[in-house]
Design a protein around this ligand. Structure first.
Ligand SMILES: [Zn+2]
Length: 66
């Protein structure tokens, strides 16, 4: 579930985010911000985030050092 905050009607509530229609669910204003839960993010975006996280600090503690 995503939450939205609208700068036009000042409503703040939970709503299903529709990426194809970025507008306030209450008044239809485009001056709205969405906070999207990770379960609603598109898969390519999640993959990109995980890739960044992997690249930042590889976890290979078992590697032998010589
Ligand atoms: Zn609104």
């Amino acid at each position: 579930m995503a939450t939205f905050r609208c700068r036009t009607c000042h409503q703040e509530d939970a709503a299903v985010y529709d990426a194809s229609r970025h507008a306030c669910p209450r008044c239809g204003s485009r001056e709205v911000q969405f906070a999207i839960g990770i379960d609603e993010m598109p898969d390519p975006l999640i993959d990109a985030i995980l890739e960044l996280a992997d690249g930042a600090e590889p976890l290979d503690r078992d590697r032998e050092e010589d």
